[in-house]
Design a protein. Structure first.
Ligand code: 13P
Length: 267
């Protein structure tokens, strides 16, 4: 049994403002009762849909948060195409996804830029969901643990070189880690519960070594990669899996509603 379960959806480059409103009105029809206590829902939506989704979510259930899929570490400046913390704060957005593998794979995001984004946005009071994960070649070469530790290690290195400060700034439940094996994203191939649990235990160990057991135990670690209503309960019942980051199955209200219901059984 778990006390809290973090169910996060990532709409990626889907659902404009009208579709976002439709999503919430359809979800409202489907949902028969309020969320079970302990369920935390956030949906990361495209930038143009943030305001519409924020309004629709507020009418649906004030516990649902809306987040951005990326943001810059600087507060303003000549950074065409980027969003900043203050721009998001102005429209009431307090959640950001950072370092998604699609940003790393297709848009040149590096461990260093991921560190800067994470540090800058935590500094500005955002809740950051940091994505890490190995690709297929790395898994097949037996390098999964090494890759995860490299990706985490890069972020947990303060620019000021002060390790304890990084821990106190990072690990107060404003930083969540999402383990998303790249080979499982959008492929229908899910990590087995045992594979996911193993990776999550390495992440928890890293956090404990870096920042102490208490901080590590409090940090939510989410699994992502082809999570659907049929596999969510088994995945969520693993010891070190505290939630899910869901792509495809977060786009349709019917799937998302049954995924939330299915996951709630582990509470
Ligand atoms: P899928 O659930 O579509 O595999 O996507 C996972 C993901 O990338 C969420 O960020």
């Amino acid at each position: 049994m778990k006390k809290t379960l973090w169910l996060f959806g990532n709409w990626k480059m889907n659902h404009g403002p009208a579709a976002a409103e439709k999503f919430f009105s359809e979800w409202k029809q489907l949902r028969q009762q309020p969320f079970a206590a302990g369920i935390q829902v956030t949906l990361f939506v495209p930038a143009v849909s943030l305001a519409a989704a924020r309004d629709a979510a507020a009418k649906f259930d004030s516990a649902v948060r809306i987040g951005a899929q990326n943001a810059h570490w600087e507060k303003s400046g000549a950074f065409t195409g980027e969003l900043s913390g203050p721009l998001l704060q102005e429209i009431g957005v307090r959640d950001v996804l950072i370092g998604h593998s699609e940003r790393r794979q297709f848009f040149g995001e590096t461990n260093e830029s991921v560190r800067k984004r994470t540090e800058g946005l935590l500094e500005q009071g955002f809740r950051v969901t940091l994505c890490i994960g190995e690709n297929r070649a790395e898994r097949e070469a037996g390098k999964t643990k090494q890759i995860l530790l490299e990706q985490l290690g890069a972020v947990f290195t303060s620019s000021a070189g002060n390790e304890p400060a990084v821990c106190s700034r990072y690990l107060d439940q404003r930083l969540l880690i999402a383990y998303e094996p790249v080979w499982a994203i959008g492929t229908g191939l899910t990590a087995t519960p045992a594979q996911a649990q193993e990776a999550h235990s390495w992440i928890r160990e890293f956090l404990a070594e870096k920042c102490g057991k208490d901080a590590a135990a409090k940090t939510p670690i989410l699994y992502g990669g082809s999570v659907n209503p049929g596999n969510v309960e088994t995945l969520m019942s693993q010891q070190d899996i505290d939630g899910a980051l869901v792509g495809g199955a977060s786009l349709k209200p019917a799937d998302w509603n049954s995924l939330v219901l299915g996951a709630s059984k582990v509470l």
